[in-house]
Design a protein around this ligand. Structure first.
Ligand code: MIG
Length: 828
């Protein structure tokens, strides 16, 4: 039987890059069903075109679809964290209308309906029978035999919004956008430029309060047209590989949190970072020579500005050779790092993938002898220029190359380097410049030739296939290398490039942004979307990498960033000094207070990372993610949540000393600074003088804070204060452990469960199996949002006299004697 042939020309998404034109394809469609068969856990549909469609259920809420133009290859994915064990399926034969129903035996299982003719088409329903998504009958699954491209279109409700997609300089929701997935070095990217450094082909859709997720696991250059060409459909496809995707129904509640939990169960989570890496980090391109680095460390301590980390950018190296030190500017690295350690600073060094082609350079020679470098189509070592000049590049898709490169970190760990920063791993190269061509900042030729060869961990392939995973595999090499060399410590890896699953190995920063108010505002949609793309440890260069921010912009940026996970100032070469004290005494005071706020909240932030590892919760959250029933949050891009309990509304406009804040519906919010209460579903104009970050605590929450220490080594033993926002009942949790190492995986941690019911608070500390070094007991409780001092305060029935009430901030401070308190009762 001949299948219907449908030919359409893909309308090109017009983007600022202008570089991601996907060649028009001549599509052949998948055709009608030829034969349906099933094993216990997978249905297989062969179609008239010869395509094979496989459907399985990873869980009762996660459907896996694979369409291959021919016989499918072995299942291979860099994104998936561990082998999956699909559920047993039930398949009902085609009914009179030619529909096959697939589901699992779970009580509430997603259902897949396969329409068998005139074209095979897939519709997914959630466990309650609600529609999740459906192939667009007018644009069925298709492939282009000439180019090996594949794509599919789904029906779209024109009000459906889309979030996620990793790192995009785009509005909060990516509806009606055309997005390209191709890791690119894009210095000083303008808002709207696409693609950037990282590509995560996963999104969460939201329609009338119900969400679902879709992950397109294809590492070729791929694209998503989310209703830009036609608002009634969205389309995704790639220039090669299979149409391999997962649908996350969101379970019974269809909540974004369920979608993210299931996506992160599949692609992995960020292991609890070392506590120090959540402190403040100071960087620039470059602090050099070593005396300048020391001076920076000493200035922080002399000025009592909290900080934990200094970064060394590329100038510490000898001619940019990786794993070397400049004999002139960094002649005694061990002494430098040791001196910094005495003032409680950790050092992070940048490590690029390019290895200088230099036969007098032992690392290059070693790699050459082992044959670990990427090869060109002719089979020779691929060479391209980067900072050191001509370089060879480890093939990070080869386990032997990963292990080799990973082992090189040993020498740096021995010197005391604490963490590593992988840059240029899109991979980026400096293309040869021709005098008859313009120099393009975002030249698509800035990477390897597409026919370069990669090992692909047993599935050899071209750079076209593996380009998008090169960066995450470099981060993996770094993570696994240092984990092996220092098994007792938690690695800190920072990466610029990545793909789905990068979160298992590294924190991510958003590359070379710009010192402008526009870029400050962009950090919120960028970081929150990256966060709900499964990457919790995210940050943007504070102040903007390129250019020099004004004192005001820097102060506001520092405030906004102080409650984002990765908290680092970084600046390009040649820009003005950018330390917290660089803008005069008044700004120094403001900037110190901002960093102190971060340190006060570390016990809360650390708990959020523990919760992320345990169940995939996002650390940074856009408002819609927590409040999918409140449509006013759907496009709100100038506020964010840290965890569930803190609402942050930074000032993003020059000269502003107040701003409008939206309080999402369903909760009440207490102003951090003055205790004022705001009902959910309302707007308010709040004061935001230069020294104030508008910040609100959710009523019912108990947020653990500590005094403003100067670095994380000081946390041990310092008593905590529990900030309790009155006005609703609630449960909270506090997690503590040694701050590094893996004892917490063997019960060497401490959890305090906190419950607020009416005006009574109870604390229950689970006893830790071993006395953790870093135990911080709860010494005080501060109740927020009281209009007047209570008549009486009692703890477990005994009247307490040791309390103070501050009318200006509406805070009541009560001393407690321990973490196990049945009841702290306020009588009003
Ligand atoms: O070609 O190492 O994004 O953070 O300072 C520029 C120098 C290379 C780009 C990184 C930036 C870093 C810079 N790097």
């Amino acid at each position: 039987m001949r299948h219907d042939k449908l030919v359409h020309v893909l309308l090109l998404g017009c983007t600022l890059a202008g570089a991601n034109r996907d060649a028009p394809a001549a599509w052949s469609t998948v055709g009608p069903l030829a034969e349906a068969t099933a094993t216990s856990d997978q249905a297989r549909f062969a179609t008239a075109s010869g395509a094979i469609v496989l459907v399985s259920f990873i869980t009762a809420d996660v459907v896996h679809v694979r369409m291959s133009p021919g016989e499918p290859g072995r299942e291979m994915s860099y994104a998936i964290a561990a082998p999956q064990h699909p559920l047993a399926i039930t398949m009902r034969d085609a009914d009179a209308d030619g529909r096959i129903v697939l589901s699992t035996q779970a009580a509430r299982s997603a259902r897949v309906i396969i329409q068998t003719r005139p074209q095979l088409a897939i519709t997914v329903f959630d466990g309650k029978g609600g529609l999740v998504l459906a192939d667009d009958a007018a644009r069925p699954m298709a492939m282009d035999p000439a180019t090996a491209a594949i794509e599919v279109s789904k029906q779209r409700d024109t009000s459906e919004l889309y979030y996620g997609f990793g790192e995009k300089a785009m509005p909060l929701s990516r509806h009606q956008q055309y997005l390209t997935m191709w890791n690119s070095d894009t210095p000083k990217y303008a808002p709207g430029l696409d693609p950037l450094y990282q590509d995560i082909p996963f999104f969460i859709a939201l329609r009338q309060g119900a969400s679902y997720g879709l992950f397109f696991d294809n590492t070729y250059r791929s694209y998503f047209d989310m209703g830009k060409t036609d608002p009634a459909r969205y389309t995704f496809g790639a220039s090669g590989g299979e149409l391999d995707y997962y649908v996350f129904t969101g379970g019974d509640s269809r909540s974004p949190a369920n979608v993210l939990r299931d996506y992160s169960a599949l692609t992995g989570r960020t292991p609890l970072p070392p506590l120090w890496s959540l402190g403040y980090q100071q960087s620039r391109y470059s602090y050099t020579p070593d005396a300048r680095v020391r001076e920076i460390g000493h200035e922080f301590r002399a000025r009592h500005i909290p900080a934990d980390v200094i970064h060394l950018d590329i100038d510490y190296m000898d001619g940019y050779r990786v794993f070397t030190w400049s004999p002139k500017d960094f002649s005694e690295p061990q002494k430098l790092i040791g001196d910094l350690a005495t003032v409680h600073f950790k050092v992070v060094t940048i490590v690029d993938p390019g290895v200088k082609v230099d036969l007098n350079y032992p690392i290059y020679r070693d790699g050459r002898e082992r044959g670990v470098y990427v090869r060109n189509a002719a089979g020779d070592e691929l060479h391209a220029a980067v900072w050191p000049g001509e370089c060879a590049f480890p093939d990070f898709t080869d386990a032997a190359a990963r292990a080799w490169f990973g082992s090189l970190y040993g020498a740096f760990l021995d010197l005391g380097v604490a963490g590593f920063w992988n840059d240029m791993n899109e991979p980026a190269t400096f293309p040869p410049q021709r005098s008859d061509e313009p120099i393009l900042a975002h030249d698509p030729g800035k990477t390897f030739a597409l026919d370069a060869r990669h090992a692909g961990d047993g599935a050899p392939g071209t750079h076209a296939r593996y380009h998008n995973v090169y960066g995450m595999q470099m981060a993996r090499s770094t993570f696994e290398g240092i984990a092996k060399l220092r098994p007792e410590r938690r690695p800190l890896v920072l990466t610029r490039a990545g793909y789905s699953g990068v979160q298992r190995y590294a924190a991510v920063w958003t590359g070379d942004n710009v010192a402008s108010w526009e870029h400050l505002a962009l950090t919120i949609p960028m970081l929150t979307n990256l966060s709900i793309s499964g990457v919790p440890f995210v940050g943007a260069d504070i102040g903007g990498y390129a250019g020099s921010p004004s004192a005001e912009l820097y102060a506001r940026w520092l405030q906004a960033a102080s409650l984002t996970p990765f908290f680092r100032t970084h600046a390009e070469i040649g820009s003005a000094d950018r330390e917290p004290w660089s803008y005069g005494p008044e700004f120094e005071r403001i900037n110190r207070a901002t960093i102190e706020l971060r340190y006060r909240l570390l016990p809360y932030l650390y708990t959020l990372f523990a919760e992320h590892e345990a169940n995939g919760d996002a650390v940074l959250r856009p408002l819609w993610f927590e409040y999918p029933a409140d449509v006013r949050t759907y496009l709100l891009d100038d506020q964010f949540l840290l965890g569930r309990d803190l609402l942050v509304a930074p000032v993003l406009v020059s000269g502003a000393v107040q701003r409008r804040v939206y309080f999402p519906q369903g909760d009440a919010w207490i102003d951090w600074w003055n205790g004022a209460r705001h009902q959910g579903g309302t707007f308010a104009d709040v004061a935001a003088p230069l020294d104030r970050l508008p910040l609100f605590v959710r009523a019912g929450a108990a947020v653990p804070v500590q005094p403003a220490i100067e670095h994380t080594d000081q946390m041990s033993g310092v008593p905590l204060t529990l900030l309790v926002a009155l006005g609703a009942d609630g449960h909270s949790h506090l997690f503590q452990d040694a701050g590094d190492g893996y004892g917490y995986r063997n019960g060497e941690s401490r959890n305090v469960q906190i419950a607020l019911y009416r005006n009574a608070l109870s604390l229950r500390a689970e006893s830790a199996r071993s006395a953790s070094r870093r135990v911080q007991r709860i010494g005080f409780v501060e109740f927020l949002g009281l209009d007047a001092a209570p008549k009486r305060v009692s703890i477990d029935g005994r009247i307490v006299r040791d309390f103070s009430f501050d009318a200006a901030t509406r805070r009541l401070r009560v001393g407690t004697s321990g973490d196990n308190v049945r009841e702290i009762l306020l009588e009003r």
